[in-house]
Design a protein around this ligand. Structure first.
Ligand SMILES: [Zn+2]
Length: 280
C-alpha cells in the first residue's frame, strides 16, 4: 500500500499520556504504612490448586494473597460486598496506572462508581520491575483463562479454567446456580503473573512467574469487599494454561484488621461525583 507523503512526519508525532495522573486522588501511603504496623490476622482462606474461593474483607481491613508451596499465579475478582454490580474495572485501571500495578496503585471499580476498591500497600515482587522482554508482574491486561476461548482455539471441554473456578466459587458463596453467578465474573487482576506484549506482533505473552513461597501482594480495602481468587491451572504460567499439564499450587488469602485508632485519619473511598445526567 502507498504511504502518504507526510507518513514519516505523522509517525514522528510524540505521544501524550491519555490520562495524566497528577490530579488522581492519591492514597495516604504514610498513614497506611502506620496502619500496616498494627495488623492482626483475623481470617484466612486457602484456595486449592485449579480451584477458587470467595472471601470478605471489611472496609479498613487489609488482605494479602500469599504464595505457598510453589510458584503459582492467581486470578482475582473484586466486588462491593453488598452490590455486585460494582466490580473491579480492569480496563480503566489499566488506562490510569498502566499494564501492571504495584504498591501505591489502586484497583478501580466499574461505572457509575469509579472509585478505588483496594489500594496495594505492599508487593514483595516490586523489585522485579520490567525485564528485558518487557515483562512485568501483576497485570491488568489479561482477562482470565476461560473455557470459551479454549474451546475456540483447541476444542474440547475444560472445566478448571479460572473463569469456571470463579463461577463455581461465587455460585457457592451466593448459593445460586452457576449460570446465575457467571455474569458477575469479570476481567481480573493477574496476581503474580509475569506478562507483557511482544515487540514485533504486539501479542500478549506470559513467562514463568518470579513468585516464590512467602511472597505476597497486600491490599487495603477501601470499601466492604467480596473477593474471589482462582489458583490458575497454568500454575506459574511458564508454558500453558487451560489444561492439567502444569504443576499447580494453592494460594493463601489472609485478612488483617488494623488498630482502629491508627485508621482514624484515613479517608475511605468516596462515591464518584459525576451527576449522571449525561447531558439530558
Ligand atoms: Zn487462569
Amino acid at each position: 500500500m502507498m504511504e502518504p507523503e507526510d507518513a514519516a512526519a505523522r509517525r514522528a508525532v510524540k505521544p501524550v499520556i491519555c490520562y495524566p495522573v497528577d490530579t488522581l486522588p492519591v492514597p495516604d501511603m504514610a498513614a497506611l504504612t502506620r496502619a500496616r504496623a498494627t495488623l492482626t490476622k483475623v481470617d484466612e482462606v486457602l484456595v486449592p490448586a485449579r480451584d477458587a474461593r470467595c472471601f470478605s474483607v471489611p472496609a479498613g481491613h487489609f488482605f494479602r494473597i500469599r504464595s505457598v508451596e510453589g510458584p503459582q499465579v492467581g486470578d482475582l475478582n473484586l466486588w462491593a460486598e453488598n452490590d455486585l454490580t460494582e466490580r473491579f474495572y480492569s480496563g480503566k485501571t489499566r488506562a490510569l496506572h498502566g499494564t501492571h500495578i504495584t504498591t501505591g496503585q489502586r484497583m478501580w471499580s466499574s461505572f457509575p462508581h469509579l472509585r478505588p476498591m483496594a489500594t496495594i500497600t505492599h508487593d514483595t515482587l516490586e523489585w522485579y520491575g520490567k525485564d528485558a522482554f518487557g515483562g512485568s508482574v501483576h497485570d491488568v491486561i489479561g482477562t482470565r483463562c476461560d473455557p470459551y476461548t479454549h474451546n475456540l482455539l483447541a476444542g474440547g471441554q475444560y472445566h478448571q479454567c479460572c473463569h469456571s473456578n470463579l463461577v463455581r466459587a461465587l455460585a457457592a458463596h451466593l448459593d445460586v446456580p452457576p449460570l446465575q453467578a457467571e455474569p458477575h465474573v469479570h476481567d481480573v487482576l493477574n496476581v503474580f503473573m509475569c506478562t507483557g506484549f511482544t515487540q514485533d506482533t504486539g501479542q500478549y505473552f506470559m513467562k514463568a512467574s518470579p513468585v516464590r513461597p512467602g511472597d505476597y501482594l497486600e491490599f487495603f480495602a477501601e470499601i466492604d469487599l467480596l473477593g474471589a481468587l482462582s489458583a490458575c491451572p497454568g500454575g506459574d504460567c511458564s508454558s500453558e494454561h487451560s489444561s492439567d499439564a502444569a504443576a499447580c499450587h494453592p494460594l493463601l488469602v489472609e485478612i488483617f484488621a488494623a488498630d482502629p485508632a491508627v485508621l482514624e485519619g484515613i479517608n475511605l473511598a468516596p462515591r464518584n461525583h459525576y451527576d449522571r445526567s449525561h447531558g439530558t
